[in-house]
Design a protein around this ligand. Structure first.
Ligand code: ACO
Length: 334
């Protein structure tokens, strides 16, 4: 069974309530139908009964009646949701009228639903930009204790099985936080170690990447990675991590031995942490295209509840896979 199949099977054992706020969107409602057919998760759709059921009819979907459909305009908890929003963001000047207006936006409604405990996770982004999906999550679901930044990891399935664990590697941050400090970079490493265990299902060996290996160059950018490595070790002494390492020293055994002798990570890394988002985003796309790797993600990490953002070019199958991953994150966080 491949990794995604295992993730789906695990999701089926403890069905989580995953909210899909973009119910008006064709791929999303088709994915909801498949998820319900395969019993991967319980699905909450935000929208009117009429529009959702008429889309289901239009596309010939047979399972949508098993979804929980919530129409915010007729929802009896709307006042309680607005009160909770005001409580969370009164320091930012949020008043109830504005909260009620925000709840008309399904992306806000979905995250508040999770915060209130009425759903376990969310998948959106087939029809909305990353920032629009993430902002409500940052504001209401917020980050895990001890973590201040959300980041995005990719599972990279390489053709060349000599790298990582039989070709599987995890890259981060490739999606969210443009320019992390040393402390934030350490948090990204620690969060990625958890994603690697719970979703990639391999034991992480983390390389903190730079353009320098063990002092071969000196620059503020190198210092940041060295400091982040130290902080990550303090945050979680159990993780196997080393840095600063160049990419070749991290993944090629003979180069690791030469440039970083004695390192337990050099030459054997299966997790690559990039010093900033430019590196991470550019590298994962290059590896995906030039090395024909399959890239699954971004799996968002560090959030207090799992919320994942789709690419607007996603397929129905991508949405089904991301819902299964989100359900696994929800199971792991309980
Ligand atoms: N983790 C946790 N909270 C965050 C983060 C983060 N990484 N970034 C911002 N926040 C919080 C802020 O603290 C703030 O909270 P507050 O309102 O309580 O004070 C709130 O979110 C809004 O902060 P802004 O700085 O105004 O953030 P903004 O909403 O403008 O931007 C965003 C956040 C959209 C994620 C931005 O960092 C961004 O555009 N990142 C790049 C995303 C991207 O384009 N990725 C590449 C494409 S994805 C791909 O290729 C797979």
């Amino acid at each position: 069974m491949n990794l995604i199949e295992q993730i789906k099977e695990n999701a089926k054992k403890t069905r989580q309530r995953i909210v899909l706020p973009e119910s008006h969107e064709e791929r999303t409602i088709k994915a909801a139908d498949l998820i319900l057919e395969q019993n991967i998760a319980d699905i909450v759709l935000i929208g009117t009964h009429e529009s959702i059921l008429s889309s289901a009819k239009k596309y010939g979907l047979k399972n949508i009646e098993k979804a929980t459909i919530i129409d915010p305009a007729k929802y009896d908890k709307i006042e309680s949701y607005a009160n909770m929003m005001v409580e969370i963001r009164k320091g930012k000047g949020l008043v109830k009228d504005v909260a009620l207006k925000l709840l008309k936006n399904p992306l806000y409604f979905a995250t508040v639903m999770i915060k209130y405990g009425d759903a376990d996770g969310e998948v959106a982004g087939a029809d909305n930009a990353t920032g629009d999906v993430l902002r409500p999550a940052f504001q209401y679901v917020k980050t895990l204790p001890g973590i201040s930044v959300v980041s995005g990891a990719f599972l990279m399935f390489l053709q060349d099985k000599e790298y990582g664990d039989n070709g599987l590697m995890v890259f981060a941050d490739c999606a969210v936080h443009p320019n992390p400090t040393d402390k934030e970079l350490a948090e990204i490493a620690v969060a990625t170690s958890k994603t690697t265990r719970s979703i990639a299902r391999i034991e992480p060996r983390i390389a903190m990447l730079s353009f320098s290996t063990k002092g071969s160059a000196s620059h503020d950018m190198v210092d940041k990675v060295v400091s982040a490595t130290k902080i990550a070790r303090e945050m979680d002494p159990s993780i196997k991590i080393d840095g600063e390492l160049q990419a070749d020293a991290a993944i090629v055994a003979s180069i690791g031995l030469k440039k970083a002798p004695g390192s337990e990570i050099a030459g054997k890394a299966n997790v690559l942490i990039f010093p900033n988002l430019e590196c991470g985003n550019i590298c994962y796309k290059l590896v995906q295209r030039l090395a024909h790797a399959e890239a699954i993600g971004p799996v968002l990490q560090g959030m207090a509840a799992p919320i994942n953002d789709l690419s607007r070019g996603c397929s129905v199958e991508d949405i089904v896979d991301l819902v299964a991953i989100t359900a696994n994150q929800a199971i792991g966080s309980k």
